[in-house]
Design a protein. Sequence first.
Length: 232
Amino acid sequence: MRIQFSYPDGRRRASTVGLASIEQSEIALDLPASIAEEAATHLLQFIADYLLASGRTISAGETMRYGWSTLRFDQSPSDPTLVISELADPFSTNIDHYVPGAARAITIIADQDAVVQRNAVVMAGHHPHRSETAVVCARVVPGVPVRVLVFDRFVTQELDDSGWFIGCGDATHNHNDASELFRVHLVRIAELDPRIVYYLALPEGTRVVFERRRVIVFAPGAQAGRVDEGTV
Ligand SMILES: [Zn+2]
C-alpha cells in the first residue's frame, strides 16, 4: 500500500493505492491547505495498519475513532472509493453531523502532541477518544465551571477508561470515598473548560492543574509543576 496525492477539481486529495489486494475499497482524504501531507499520510497509514492487523474490511457508512474524534467512510454511487468525513463538532455531545475531511481530528492530535513537547514530557500517552471515560469527584459537575480542576492520569487496563481522575482541588475532600466519585464520558468533561482536551494525551503519572488563568503541568515523577507557557 502506498499513498498518492492528487488534485481533482482543484481539491487536494490523499488516497491509498493497493488496498484492492486485501479486497478493500481504496480510501481517500480531502485536505485543506492547513493540513500537511505528512499528517494525511499518517492517518491513512493508521487505517491501513488497522485493516492488516484486524483482517477486517471497512464498508460505506462505518465509523472509526481517530484520536479524540470519529471518522466516517462515505461512498458515492458512481465511485467505489471510500471518502473520509469527520465529526463536525468533536467538542459537542452532538454526533449526528459529519463534514468532509479530517482536519479537525488531525489538528486536535497535533495540539495535544504540542502540549506534551512544550512541557518537557518525554512521550505522549494514549490519545483518548471523546467517548472514553474519566472518574470525577462529586464536586465536579459537568457543565458547571469550577475554580480549580486537578487531573491525574493513572494506569488502567479497562477498555474505554482514559485513566484520568478529575478532582476538585480541595485537599480536605475525601477522594477515596467511592460514593463521592462518578464515571463520565470525556466529552462531558471537555464542556467544563475548552482547554482540557489538549492536555488529555499527557501520559500516565502526569498531573495537570487547571486554574482560571493558567495551567500547571507536573510531568511524571516530577515533584514540582511548571506553568504551561504555551497557548493552543
Ligand atoms: Zn473533590
